[in-house]
Write a protein that binds this ligand. Structure first.
Ligand SMILES: Nc1ncnc2c1ncn2[C@@H]1O[C@H](COP(=O)(O)OP(=O)(O)OP(=O)(O)O)[C@@H](O)[C@H]1O
Ligand SMILES: [Mg+2]
Length: 356
């Protein structure tokens, strides 16, 4: 990467026996929105705290714009930070909250006022400057926290689950807004979340974290379409998972016997005939045919989602498949369904044990 702003090399951090970060290498470029996505306890916050300088890594180096900052205190790193619970001072006004980082840096009154005005316009807080946090809505508090993270014009902004406390409607709105700020400011954002939809909506690239390790990193589309492990495939959401025994593997495509049905998908993990495998097929990659197909069943229900619909197909043996597609009129519950997919767009991994 030619325009790298943030670079982590071989970062590890243990808390007693817990590996919160295990040999992490990340590069984030000047105009990138980078998401750290992973379940609770996977080490996302620890990573942000190390980047910010609030926690020291056991090994490895952190550089910002080519400068090694591993041993520098937080205020020398030029980084802004936004937290999940906002952390606003209740007895300070919006303006005082926002200007707090500048005050700590000893900025002049003029500087403080200019930057306050700039950032209030950016995040749309005009007119609220003299209010106190308890006089703000959840969304407005979030904007104040964002403004405070940006007011000192950092070269990098870190955000730790900033939308987790907002309701769904507001979250959707803020996802788009935060993305807009990032594009407008042209600085990298490193955004922590355990919500895959949020990461997909906002980021350019993402890293999937698991137990302190980076499971996979790359463009969001390539992670979604080409998951390298079962963890990533299941974490990025596939409603259809089939577990069975591999009967053959040819030209990279495994054939899996799943309750008498033959399921085909790309073979990962060096799958061989006789291995137990779990196969993920994304609902939008399944087509509905007139006849034939890998699976047949009847339409049990249609969940209308507006721009698309989920078709729930019952296979008659207690199993159900979800197919997503354009809403169609004319399809009635109980209609026979023939389903198939391109095996090159489904993924089979070695099963992690456990009964079928
Ligand atoms: N100060 C600490 N002392 C001991 N263990 C810690 C400390 N901070 C974090 N951990 C442990 O390190 C691991 C990673 O924690 P971290 O907070 O980074 O996870 P996370 O991915 O942010 O999780 P969440 O989504 O729940 O916020 C967890 O097992 C946690 O219990
Ligand atoms: Mg966390």
């Amino acid at each position: 990467m030619t325009d790298t702003v943030l670079k982590l090399d071989n970062i590890s951090k243990n808390f007693g026996p817990i590996k919160a970060a295990d040999d992490i290498n990340i590069e984030v470029g000047q105009t990138e929105f980078f998401a750290l996505l992973g379940p609770s306890g996977s080490g996302k916050t620890t990573m942000l705290r190390m980047i910010a300088g609030l926690e020291k890594p056991d090994t490895g180096t952190i550089s910002i714009s080519g400068r090694d900052v591993t041993n520098e205190p937080p205020y020398r790193r030029g980084i802004g930070m936004v937290f999940q619970d906002f952390l606003l001072f209740p007895h300070k006004t919006v303006a005082e909250n926002i200007m707090f980082p500048l005050k700590m840096q000893g900025a002049s009154e003029k500087d403080k006022r200019e930057n306050l005005q700039w950032v209030s316009n950016l995040v749309h807080l005009e007119g609220l400057e003299e209010r106190y946090p308890h006089q703000l809505s959840g969304g407005q508090k979030q904007r104040v926290a964002l403004a405070r993270g940006l007011v000192s014009r950092p070269s990098l902004l870190l955000l730790d689950e900033p939308l987790a406390n907002l309701d769904r409607e507001l979250r959707k709105e803020m996802e788009v807004e935060i993305r807009r700020f990032q594009i407008e400011l042209a600085i990298p954002f490193v955004y922590v979340t355990h919500n895959q939809e949020e990461a997909m909506t906002m980021s350019d690239r993402m890293a999937i974290m698991r137990d302190g390790k980076m499971e996979q990193v790359g463009e969001k589309f390539s992670l979604y379409h080409d998951p390298a492990s079962q963890f990533v495939a299941s974490f990025l959401g596939s409603p259809n998972a089939f577990e069975g025994v591999v009967s053959s593997v040819e030209e990279g495509i495994a054939q899996i016997n799943w309750f008498g049905h033959s399921i085909r998908a790309r073979a990962h993990d060096g799958l061989q005939p006789g291995d137990r495998a779990v196969c993920y097929v994304k609902s939008e990659k399944i087509s509905m045919l007139e006849s034939g197909g890998a699976l047949t069943g009847v339409l049990r229900d249609i969940i209308f989602k507006g721009q698309y619909a989920d078709y729930l197909v019952s296979l008659g043996d207690g199993h159900e498949i979800t197919v997503s597609g354009a809403p169609m009129t004319g399809l009635k519950k109980g209609a026979p369904m023939h389903l198939d997919w391109d095996p090159g767009k489904a993924d089979a991994f070695r099963a992690q044990g456990g009964a079928q």
